[in-house]
Design a protein around this ligand. Sequence first.
Ligand SMILES: [Zn+2]
Ligand SMILES: [Zn+2]
Length: 72
Amino acid sequence: MIKLLKSLSGIADEPCPAASYNRGFPSSQCPKVFTTLKLKNRHQKTHEPKNLKCDICNAFATNDPSNLTRHK
Ligand SMILES: [Zn+2]
Ligand SMILES: [Zn+2]
């Protein structure tokens, strides 16, 4: 996927400080890189504290609203 992005944006192989910006959207907490900002933001939430709790069973906690919706 990284190779594909690289050829699409026409980046040469020589090291360039700006090249990383064109490779995708890297997580600020781990080495993962994502192809879209949406995916990156979604992943980024996994590094945040789980502050959403199920108000029905009180045993389920997550930081992803869609996870909570699925749980209920
Ligand atoms: Zn990460
Ligand atoms: Zn629950």
